[in-house]
Write a protein that binds this ligand. Structure first.
Ligand SMILES: C[S@@+](CC[C@H](N)C(=O)[O-])C[C@H]1O[C@@H](n2cnc3c(N)ncnc32)[C@H](O)[C@@H]1O
Length: 200
């Protein structure tokens, strides 16, 4: 992982620990987990003893994902080339789906949410954690995000600063079990976040 990723993971560590604790059952050895837009697989550290499929359109991430999996003792990892908007899996394939820092970059948020719902088994859960547009109470930050969004998109692989996918998740047939908006001021433009768990 890059230094930024390491630092980011440290900052969101407490919230991820809390979310993953609720997301994964104590007995998890037969659990199938899909990490969408998994990148270098920073979530490996939370996924020991599960069967992980990581899907991403950029295979250059895979050596890092494998290294991360090995570093955290993940023994079952399947790496698949694909996009969130057209997941290459049959309906009801997974017990759990993870989506962290991905909906800022996808071409079609609604299609991605629909696909995550489709590949989850009934009763399965989605864990999401995304940086989002600042709320009304952070008007100056919101204005900066609007102004700098074209530059961010150009420099950061299509990443948008001005989205908030919570409504699309809630409207996409998921039932929100837990959701929280929070901010990490040291992250500047990508400080505002939403995280939570949704039930299929
Ligand atoms: C900021 S990284 C996040 C990686 C990882 N999920 C994390 O939490 O750090 C965004 C990832 O989304 C992937 N990505 C971009 N467009 C995508 C799409 N349409 N569907 C799935 N993944 C996509 C990128 O290749 C990249 O690995």
């Amino acid at each position: 992982m890059s230094q930024f990723e390491e630092e980011y993971e440290e900052l969101v560590g407490p919230i991820k620990i809390e979310l993953f604790k609720e997301f994964l059952p104590a007995e998890r050895s037969s659990l199938s987990v899909l990490d969408v837009g998994a990148g270098t697989l920073p979530n490996a550290q939370y996924l020991q003893e599960t069967n992980v499929t990581a899907v991403d359109p950029n295979p250059e991430m895979w050596p890092y994902a494998r290294a991360n999996a090995a570093r955290h003792g993940l023994t079952s990892l399947n790496l698949v080339n694909g996009v969130a908007e057209a997941l290459p899996f049959p309906d009801s394939s997974f017990d759990r789906v993870i989506c962290t820092l991905v909906l800022c970059s996808v071409a079609d948020v609604q299609a991605a949410v629909r696909e995550m719902h489709r590949v989850l088994k009934p009763g399965g859960k989605l864990l999401f954690l995304e940086h989002v547009a600042a709320g009304k109470e952070q008007a100056l930050l919101r204005l900066s995000q609007e102004l700098l969004n074209p530059l961010q998109r150009a420099l950061a692989d299509g990443c948008n600063l001005t989205r908030d996918p919570l409504d699309q998740i809630a409207n996409g047939s998921f039932k929100l079990e837990r959701e929280k908006h929070f901010s990490i001021p040291s992250l500047g433009l990508i400080g505002p976040h939403v995280g939570g768990i949704a039930l299929r």
